[in-house]
Design a protein around this ligand. Structure first.
Ligand SMILES: N[C@@H](CCC(=O)N[C@@H](CS)C(=O)NCC(=O)O)C(=O)O
Length: 413
């Protein structure tokens, strides 16, 4: 029997459905942390990591993961990227180029992610074989080859022949990564998880997302060893805390990369549609190409908790789209909490879909929580009594100033 239409719960009623947030100080890795002590007194913390607010910077992810996996206590100072807002003056004074990441170690500033890892290794010991180990150096070169092959395929307009050559060239380098993974007994590159794996993580995650969306190419299906590598990473809380999803990456990459070019095939279009609007998983057959992690029982509760935390800013930000946004958001959360159909006020579908397209993983919530929230927003938009098909504001591709964190930071004081 179809669930009957319900009235939206109040904010205080929704509180009862909010999940418990992990402790940002000593729980599993989360982008919300400002200090990670790993059980050490705060006075012993020697490192500050400067990374971007939205966890979009791949080089920051590499250093962040290293600190988490190596369990080196650190503070976090978040900085705005040019593509989504104004760079902070205090950061410009320290790093005039504004580039991220940087660390401060015992008061000494270090920039450039590879140099940062070398300096961290010298102070705290490496994570398995170090950055300049003879087994790691060729893998680092392979990662750069893969990066270049990806850029050549993704980031320029190509005719059919050139696109096919770029696909083959990328696939050939990806096969070399798969061979390197298959050369050892476990799922990682050099036995246990090590620096070599972390060097590959940020961009291979972005390749998997962007090639599905823009080219219709499923990296994890095409190369089972890479799929096993991701699945092993997805067993690790440190990785899950930094892991993004396809939707977030495909829309944060264009301004960072100077454009991403989509191929015309129907398979590619189907995948893009599913990445943008669900339903998830994005394919109906076989394993989920985006994650091996099953949906946790608290996914909806985590999403509700995160929206409750930021509801003041969200309602103010979307109020311009219609007076009813407060009730519309509660309608979507009521659906998420109770599974009931809860029609929003007339005319709120566009604002609900604008929000649906701006949930960023892991910044706002983990992957499965984001899927649940996006689905609830879409479902509720479709119940708009006035215009259920109204679309949200398009996602810009030249910049992402629509994601300026300033109002959220102001509200947090
Ligand atoms: N070679 C540098 C590259 C760092 C880099 O390109 N950082 C970008 C973000 S991914 C940046 O800070 N750009 C300035 C900005 O976007 O604000 C490294 O490895 O650290």
């Amino acid at each position: 029997m179809a669930p009957s239409a319900a009235l939206p719960l109040s904010w205080s009623e929704l509180e009862a459905f909010a999940g418990v947030e992990p402790d940002p100080l000593s729980g599993p890795a989360t982008p919300r942390s400002h200090l990670r002590s790993f059980g050490r007194p705060e006075s012993e913390v020697r490192v500050t990591l400067f990374r971007d607010h939205h966890a979009w910077c791949p080089y920051c992810q590499k250093v962040w993961l290293w600190l988490e996996e190596r369990r080196v206590p650190y503070r976090v100072a978040k900085v705005t990227m040019f593509c989504y807002g104004e760079k902070e003056d205090w950061y410009r004074r320290r790093v005039p180029s504004g580039m991220l990441p940087a660390i401060e170690l015992d008061g000494r500033l270090v920039t450039e992610s590879d140099r940062i890892l070398e300096v961290l290794e010298a102070s705290f010991g490496s994570l398995g074989p170090g950055m300049n180990d003879p087994r790691v150096l060729p893998l680092r070169r392979l990662e750069r080859l893969l990066f270049r092959a990806w850029c050549q395929w993704l980031c320029q307009p190509l005719g059919a022949g050139a696109a096919e050559r770029a696909r083959l060239a990328f696939d050939e380098v990806a096969a070399r990564m798969a061979e390197a993974l298959e050369a050892t007994p476990g799922p990682f590159l050099l036995g246990d998880l090590s620096t070599a794996d972390l060097v590959f993580v940020p961009y291979v995650e972005r390749m998997s997302a962007s090639l599905a969306y823009y080219k219709g190419y499923l990296l994890r299906r095409r190369h089972p060893a890479i799929d096993r590598w991701f699945a092993a990473l997805e067993q690790r809380p440190a990785y899950l805390g930094t892991q993004s999803d396809f939707h977030t990456h495909v829309h944060d990459l264009p301004p960072q990369m100077g454009g991403c070019y989509a191929e015309a095939s129907p398979e590619r279009r189907d995948l893009s549609e599913r990445i943008d609007h669900g339903p998830w998983p994005i394919v109906a057959d076989g394993p989920d190409p985006e994650t091996s992690e099953p949906p946790p029982a608290d996914a909806a509760a985590r999403a509700i908790g995160r929206v409750l935390r930021h509801r003041g800013v969200l309602v103010r930000r979307y109020a311009a789209a219609g007076d009813g946004f407060d009730a519309a958001l509660r309608s979507a959360l009521t659906h998420l909490a109770q599974g009931v159909d809860c029609p929003p006020p007339p005319g709120s579908a566009a604002a609900l879909r604008t929000l649906r397209d701006r949930i960023s993983v892991p910044r706002d919530m983990p992957l499965h929580a984001a899927r649940r929230l996006r689905q609830a927003l879409e479902h509720t938009a479709g119940l708009d009594p006035a215009d259920p098909a109204a679309q949200g504001l398009p996602i810009p591709v030249q910049h992402r100033r629509d994601q300026d964190p300033a109002p959220f930071l102001a509200a947090a004081g």
